[in-house]
Design a protein around this ligand. Structure first.
Ligand code: FES
Length: 577
């Protein structure tokens, strides 16, 4: 595509092709950067929406990728303009990036809406920057391609391969149990993050990269390319060319993000044994494009989908190995009978065309569909009187003997209570107990932090206990593992049944029956409900107040109620004056 009259319908022409004062102002101020008319006249304007930040290690290399996107845009006859958006870094941001996912999504959406952009390439990488970019682009609905920053190289320590942060949790438990010393712990800290990129396990960032590819919102084969592999820049350059083609073809996110695309994404989520956070983000994204995505659909597809990808935390390998083994196209080709192959993607081709001929190179890393790691997917959805609107558990990450379990509750009222008492030698807990954490949900925490992987009390670790049933309205890092029930809805802070649990209550988990129940009679629960009072609001002003007032519960993806759906993008530049 060049500067031909085929570009007459471009949205950006309402800014730059005007023969009036507005046109003068738009062009003249752009020329302050040294652009001549030739640079943008008649060309599609491509926004490079960059969540680069030195505060977000996973996204710190995205400026390099932006240059590769720029090359591709110029090759295809577009006019690239890079702009920053808020960035969300898992390791440094407190109390949790999830609190700010919706804020970043608003930043992405409104930046696209307000500026003269004909299309965007979204650069992101860390856990929440990917769904936030998708959600914002979906609501703005101008042509968009997402490019993730790619995973880090494998970590190495004393002949062991390390993945963040599965091996952080594992070795921290070794440290607490006294099986490694402080010097070794420090050495592991220096060995686990060897390159730029996001966490290299099948944690949330890798999961969302794969889910994005399955949705059709990034280029085929893009999810697993390591951040420091030269081919990652090749993906970015290709996306720069492709976005110009998508504009000409008129392909928008609403053409890609169909019900079929979401079913493909859920199937892939199960086959890769992806993060539980993927459920939340897919529910939120579906709400942006009016696709009905009940939690039970995740469970239904889990029963029909084999687990194929052998990556930590549920399996053995890391994203670098996954790339060399064939990556997501090989997985999707194995699953082809279960996918909607006619779904359109941002390659401007269907899923079926994208994955045709993709082969597994290493069957230890990607199991063939006729010899899966498990006949069923890893995530299950629970219901019961403790979670009337649902809860989520990753069965592949749990000790199988705990998947049918009945035990007495050991209740922690909030994260402070947990931190104060979990390692108390007098805590009344044993290997049959059920640990319960309250007030860790979207409103209660706020922001639903990754507190659901409650630490096993040190005295039980020293006794050799490696897993316990733990339940909460929190999330869990995608890199964590254990018999951990998450996302209980409604949450305790808004009066969900979790708020009524007391020490010593009997709790029954039956994963086969998909139930989680509090074995307390209804009359007693009624009496507790009547005496329950909501916890005091933690924030009285600002964004956090807005969050607590308008956030939806986990079964709806924790989006804001007023952000669901799309708004038309204004086409007339004079509207802004
Ligand atoms: Fe960014 Fe793990 S800290 S993906």
């Amino acid at each position: 595509m060049g500067t031909s009259s085929s570009n007459d319908g471009l949205r950006s022409r309402n800014w730059f092709a005007r023969d009036d004062l507005d046109g003068f102002l738009h062009r003249s101020w752009l020329k302050a950067q040294g652009f001549t008319d030739r640079a943008f006249e008649g060309r599609p304007v491509i926004g490079i929406c960059n969540s680069y930040s030195e505060l977000v290690n996973c996204n710190a290399h995205l400026r390099d990728l932006a240059e590769a996107v720029r090359r591709g845009v110029l090759q295809a006859g577009g006019f690239p303009l890079e702009f920053p958006v808020m960035s969300l870094g898992e390791s440094l941001m407190k109390p949790t990036t999830m609190l700010y996912r919706n804020l970043m999504a608003m930043d992405v959406e409104e930046s696209i809406r307000a500026y003269p952009l004909d299309g965007v390439v979204l650069l992101c990488g860390c856990d929440k920057t990917v769904p936030a970019s998708l959600m914002g682009a979906a609501s703005a609905n101008v042509p968009a391609i997402l490019v993730t920053g790619g995973p880090m190289l494998n970590g190495h320590w004393r002949n062991q391969t390390l993945g963040s942060c599965t091996d952080c949790w594992r070795f921290h438990e070794e440290l607490r149990a006294g099986r490694i010393d402080r010097a070794e712990w420090r050495d592991i800290e220096n060995s686990i993050s060897r390159s730029s990129g996001h966490c290299q396990t099948m944690g949330t960032a890798s999961t969302m990269a794969c889910v994005t590819e399955a949705l059709g919102m990034t280029l085929a084969g893009a999810a697993a390319v390591p951040a420091s592999d030269s081919r990652r820049k090749g993906v970015a350059e290709s996306a720069g060319r492709k976005i110009v083609e998508l504009i000409a073809a008129g392909v928008r996110p609403s053409d890609v993000l169909t019900r079929s695309a979401f079913e493909n994404a859920i199937t892939v989520l199960h086959a890769i044994s992806g993060s539980t956070n993927g459920v939340l983000h897919l529910c939120a994204l579906a709400g942006r494009v009016d696709v009905d995505l009940p939690l039970d659909l995740f469970d239904e597809l889990s029963e029909k989908t084999p687990w194929l990808v052998n990556l930590k935390p549920a399996g053995q390998y890391l994203m670098e190995d996954f790339y060399y083994a064939g990556g997501l196209p090989a997985v999707m080709n194995e699953l082809s009978s279960r996918l909607h192959l006619d779904a359109l993607t941002v390659t401007n081709k269907t899923v079926g065309v994208n994955i045709a001929g993709a082969e597994i190179v290493n069957t230890d890393v990607i199991a063939p569909a006729d010899r899966p790691l498990s006949e069923r997917g890893s995530l299950v959805v629970l219901h019961g009187n403790l979670c009337p609107d649902g809860a989520v558990l990753k069965r592949s990450a749990a000790d199988p003997k705990l998947l049918q379990h009945q035990g007495r509750a050991v209740v922690f009222d909030d994260i402070g209570d947990l931190a104060a008492r979990v390692d108390d030698p007098d805590l009344a807990i044993d290997d049959g107990s059920v640990m319960v954490l309250k007030n860790a949900g979207p409103v209660g925490a706020p922001g639903m932090p990754e507190w659901g992987h409650l630490p096993i009390p040190a005295k039980l670790l020293r006794a050799g206990v490696t897993d316990l049933v733990r339940i909460s309205d929190a999330r869990m890092s995608g890199t964590s593992y254990g018999a951990v029930v998450l996302h209980i809805a409604p949450e305790s802070a808004v009066g969900g049944p979790l708020a009524l649990v007391r020490d010593g209550d009997l709790i029954r988990l039956d994963v086969d029956a998909r139930t989680l129940d509090l074995m307390v009679d209804e009359a007693e629960l009624d009496s507790r409900r009547r005496s329950w009072t909501p916890p005091a609001k933690k924030d009285e002003r600002g964004y956090r107040r807005l969050y607590a007032d308008r956030v939806l519960q986990a079964d709806e993806g924790c989006d804001f109620d007023f952000l669901r759906g799309r708004s038309p993008v204004v086409e007339d530049a004079t509207t802004y004056h």
